[in-house]
Design a protein around this ligand. Structure first.
Ligand SMILES: NC(=O)c1ccc[n+]([C@@H]2O[C@H](COP(=O)([O-])OP(=O)(O)OC[C@H]3O[C@@H](n4cnc5c(N)ncnc54)[C@H](O)[C@@H]3O)[C@@H](O)[C@H]2O)c1
Length: 461
């Protein structure tokens, strides 16, 4: 960093401060990603403050009633940190900033109803940083943002009119986009490399040193923040696009009497084929949002560059709930029923298996379409028992959700839905119509048991 005094001045002194555990860390936004991050710093032995606007969350953390119970290993690290007393959660950002040398931003970066990225949480916090950070602070942006956002929007806001603090002189900024997968975050923290870019080489080195010690993983150094952010978007958009490709050919295979799962199993034998699976849609706080962030980056260049593949991929993935409804309608027609007036059991609400998270989950669109067609809906998800999901009270048990239904749709590949007994469906349902959007059922066993089966891409079986 520039000329003013700074605790985190170079790699050597960072190393010493890490050894004496005398760096104060502030993690702003202690949700799905920020909380495990704060716990990791505290577990390493650094005094850590978690800042959030959510009173209930703060109270839960400070009283030991930890959230994120769906994350394996969370109870252990939380108990360790409870014992070492290195983590404290608060709403008081001013106080937290005034005592911290390292600030980590793990704020949400969702999109609005028009799919425009919403960076308002980061921008709001940037104003507080302008007012309250102390000289020499290093800020790490872990949130997922478009390449260039840190340099062009965030840093100018933190500087404000420049009268109190200047980037590179009084504070420094790095981007280390988080790539952990919900449901395996603590495990990913131990093995995924950290991609780190910054406003200058010295900050890259300092942040790399800190992350290397705290997380003990490979560090991949980037030339700047925007390249680090581009890496994160590239990996996630790659997945979104590939899933769209598989969804597209899955629908073709239904017409060609070919089973997509058989194809994928064989295709995976080729060393350079990376398998992706079809499904009812791509949800969550990352993949869909990241594709729109990439599209937004191009839009800012006055549409001089069109990202046609990403645009089409989004359209395909967003059309999958409609395809699920078509499969359902087709299966019900086979037994002389229609969606109108039928009771449909929806199995799985989360956007991905084995996590409690319904952000942008395809179930939302499926519910809307079923409601528009005057179906009655029952929902079961092991992570949302007797709760409100998109204005529907969920069932308490799997059996309740299928009993007397006219059809069921398997939406999420939760462990609980593996190896479901086809005969149970036949016994409990009013008519055993199943739409399996995730390749969960043994189709031959299902058909043998008398199930009227449809699955995405499951032609020819
Ligand atoms: N969840 C994931 O799968 C995942 C994975 C990798 C990266 N990310 C990225 O990490 C970032 C955080 O995502 P998340 O899933 O942890 O979000 P989250 O919604 O679980 O947590 C964000 C937290 O920030 C808090 N918050 C919001 N506004 C605030 C403000 N002004 N001041 C202080 N706190 C505020 C919220 O109350 C919440 O607790 C996002 O950029 C996301 O894209 C998420």
């Amino acid at each position: 960093m520039g000329t003013k005094s700074s605790m985190l001045a170079n790699v050597e002194n960072t190393r010493q401060l890490l050894a004496s555990k005398s760096i104060h860390v502030c993690v702003i936004g202690i949700g799905r990603i920020g909380l495990p991050t704060a716990l990791s710093f505290a577990n390493y032995g650094l005094e850590t403050t978690g800042v959030d606007v959510n009173d209930k969350l703060i109270e839960m953390i400070n009283t030991g009633n930890y959230p994120l119970k769906d994350e394996p290993g969370f109870d252990t690290i939380f108990d360790n940190v409870r014992k070492n007393k290195k983590l404290n959660a608060t709403k008081d950002i001013q106080q937290a900033l005034s005592k911290s040398e390292l600030i980590i931003l793990s704020l949400p970066t969702p999109m609005d109803s028009k799919n425009i990225p919403d960076y308002s949480a980061l921008l709001t916090v940037a104003n507080s940083l302008n007012n309250f950070i102390k000289s020499g602070t290093v800020i790490v942006v872990e949130s997922t943002v478009e390449p260039g956002f840190v340099e062009n929007e965030l840093i100018p806001l933190i500087e404000g009119d420049g009268s109190r603090i200047k980037c590179g002189m009084d504070f420094s900024v790095s981007a280390c986009p988080e790539t952990a997968n919900p449901g395996e975050i603590l495990d990913d923290f131990k093995k995924l490399p950290r991609v780190i870019g910054a406003i200058d080489k010295i900050t890259t080195e300092i942040v790399s040193e800190i992350y290397k010690h705290v997380f003990n993983v490979e560090i991949v150094k980037m030339p700047n923040c925007r390249t680090a952010n581009a890496v994160k978007l590239t990996t996630n958009v790659f997945r979104d696009v590939n899933i769209a490709f598989i969804n597209e050919i899955a629908i073709l295979f239904e017409k060609l009497d070919i089973d997509i799962m058989t194809v994928l199993q064989a295709a995976s034998k080729k060393y350079n084929f990376q398998v992706h699976y079809p499904g009812a849609g791509v949800g969550g706080p990352c993949l869909p949002v990241n594709s729109y962030q990439m599209l937004n980056s191009a839009k800012k260049l006055n549409d001089s560059i069109k990202l046609k593949i990403i645009e089409n991929a989004r359209q395909i993935n967003e059309s999958m709930p409609e395809h699920v409804i078509e499969l359902l309608s087709d299966a019900l027609n086979e037994i002389g029923k229609s969606i109108k007036g039928s009771t449909i059991g929806l199995l799985g609400a989360s956007y991905k298996p084995n996590v409690k998270d319904i952000q942008l989950s395809p179930i939302e669109q499926i519910i809307k379409k079923l409601e528009a067609l005057n179906a009655k809906i029952k929902i079961y998800d092991p992570y949302f028992k007797s709760q409100n999901v998109f204005s529907h009270k969920t069932e308490d048990s799997f059996l309740d959700s299928i009993t007397n239904t006219d059809a069921a749709i398997i939406i999420t590949a939760h462990n609980e839905f593996h190896n479901l007994s086809p005969t149970l469906f036949v016994e409990k349902m009013a008519s055993p119509v199943i739409v399996d959007t995730r390749g969960m059922m043994d189709v031959h066993a299902a058909k043998k048991a008398g199930i009227i089966f449809r699955g995405i891409g499951r032609g020819g079986i």
